[in-house]
Ligand binder design. Structure first.
Ligand code: GDG
Length: 458
């Protein structure tokens, strides 16, 4: 029998409504019928002590912990999303280093470790996900855990000197050496990691993507996360998505639709995108009364000031574009600050002529891949993709743009809107092949195989 897989992530894809994140989507798809244990935060905030909730869903055991208000504010909002998220997305200006959140981050990682250890079996394989839980393996090792432990970073790895701005950077990065394998989304991330550990921690490169430091040997690797292409295709042909497709194509029958879908997050480049769209209308006026941008920005981390500020900026920009560029019978931007149900999303993707996936920095970006999977191969839409998304290393046939360059992005949108059918088909076919070859099952298998091939932890 193969060893049991134990996955640990901050949030679980447990069917709760609310802001979806790419990690929960990817892990929900990655767990196959072989089952295992999935451990993380329940999503609940409680007063006082919290219990461990264990629930069986088919062959999968879900074990979750609640957070106290104080832990939630320091570990989740504070250190994870107020320090690590901005710095790892190159936004030092938005990081709050002085608020003392680190204690809460340490405390919750310790609590996760103590609870998890009581559920572990000797031959389990443990796979820990993302920036909320970087020190978890070192806490587990301190409790005597000798199982193989892998870590996957879903967000970008910043360059050495940017990471070094975090007061606790050396502690954080040293704790990665308690893992057997550390995985990244892209070659660019691995390069940053490699430079950092050698320059800041004195690690020594030991052949192919291996580093020794602190008496440990750490294997690193690149494992770009994928989507479940089959499942998304099936959803695209489901009733909800077809209804959505028909509703949208009917409502916008005289328009050319552009689409953006993401959590409302400053890493996603929404204001820059709106400015590029506005530039398109100015520079290529034939798109007036035609090109219409549907922007879904689902609510996310609203308790943080930087997110509230972004929301206001977007509302103001959309108002300005619609007020100044729109007409009595044409609203250039449809901005929706709501969550669209997952079963309907593929219908929206399929109705769009162009997807605008233009983050300023993104670990991978699953929306880009979902858009490709949902297209009609006979009449596919065009993907405009930021070169700063991890996905750009794989999706070369998209129209790659620099989202900071408003003028050039507007020109690429123009090219996408007017691309001839045979070119659209050719690009789409290549992109579809790529996301099929490296889908979410490939991602899981290749990471777990690489983890199994590491030397057991001393
Ligand atoms: C992190 C990394 C990396 C979005 N709005 C709605 C909705 N979504 C879904 C999308 C997609 C997921 O959420 C978002 O995934 P992304 O990858 O685009 O972005 P993050 O949430 O930032 O994810 C990212 C990912 O982890 C995985 O490793 O790619 O770089 O930042 O699945 O469809 N889903 C629904 N309604 C919405 O309104 N149903």
């Amino acid at each position: 029998m193969s060893p049991r897989l134990v996955v640990v992530s901050n949030r679980l894809a447990d069917g709760r409504p609310g802001a979806p994140g790419g990690v929960a989507v990817a892990l929900g798809d990655a767990f196959d019928d072989s089952g295992g244990l999935w451990f993380g935060w329940s999503g609940n905030i409680v007063e006082g002590d919290s219990a461990l909730h264990v629930q069986q869903v088919g062959r999968l055991t879900l074990a979750t912990l609640d957070l106290t208000r104080q832990d939630h504010d320091s570990y989740y909002l504070g250190y994870s999303n107020g320090v690590l998220w901005p710095v790892f997305h190159y936004r030092l200006d938005l990081a709050d280093f002085d608020a003392g959140f680190i204690e809460g981050y340490r405390r919750v990682n310790q609590r996760f470790a103590r609870q998890l250890v009581s559920l572990l079996r000797p031959d389990d394989v443990i796979w820990i996900h993302d920036y909320h839980l970087i020190p978890l393996a070192s806490q587990l090792r301190a409790l005597g855990c000798q199982q193989r432990i892998g870590f996957f970073l879903h967000i970008p790895m910043p360059p050495q000197l940017m990471l070094a701005a975090i007061p606790q950077h050396a502690w954080l990065m040293e704790s990665l050496f308690s893992y057997d394998l550390v995985g990244f989304q892209s070659q660019a991330d691995l390069l940053h990691f490699s430079r950092y550990v050698q320059a800041e921690l004195g690690a020594v490169a030991q052949g192919e993507q291996r580093y020794s430091a602190f008496g440990q040997l750490l294997q690193a690797g690149v494992f770009p996360v994928g989507i479940d292409v089959e499942a998304l295709t099936a959803l695209t042909h489901g009733k909800e998505a077809r209804d959505m497709y028909e509703r949208i194509t009917r409502a916008y029958s005289r328009r050319r639709l552009l689409l953006g879908v993401e959590r409302l997050d400053y890493s996603k480049g929404l204001p820059q995108r709106l400015r590029a769209f506005r530039q398109l209308l100015k520079k290529h006026p034939e798109n007036r009364n035609s090109a219409t941008l549907i922007q879904v920005a689902s609510p996310s981390r609203e308790a943080l000031e930087s997110y509230a500020d972004l929301r206001l900026e977007l509302e103001s920009l959309c108002g300005a574009i619609n007020g100044e560029d729109g007409d009595l019978d044409w609203t250039p931007v449809r901005y929706i600050h709501r969550h669209v149900p997952r079963k309907r999303l593929p219908g929206l993707y399929r109705a769009a002529r162009v997807a605008l996936v233009t983050p300023l920095r993104d670990g991978m970006n699953l929306v880009a891949k979902e858009f490709i999977a949902a297209q009609n191969p006979a009449d596919p839409g065009v993907l405009v993709l930021s070169r700063f998304a991890g996905a750009a290393e794989q999706l070369k046939e998209a129209l790659l743009v620099n989202p900071y360059d408003t003028e050039a992005t507007a020109d690429s949108i123009q090219q996408a809107l007017h691309m001839p059918l045979d070119e659209r088909q050719g690009r789409h076919q290549m992109l579809l092949e790529r996301i099929r070859r490296h889908d979410v099952h490939w991602w899981r298998q290749s990471f777990l195989q690489a983890l199994a091939a590491t030397q057991p932890h001393p």
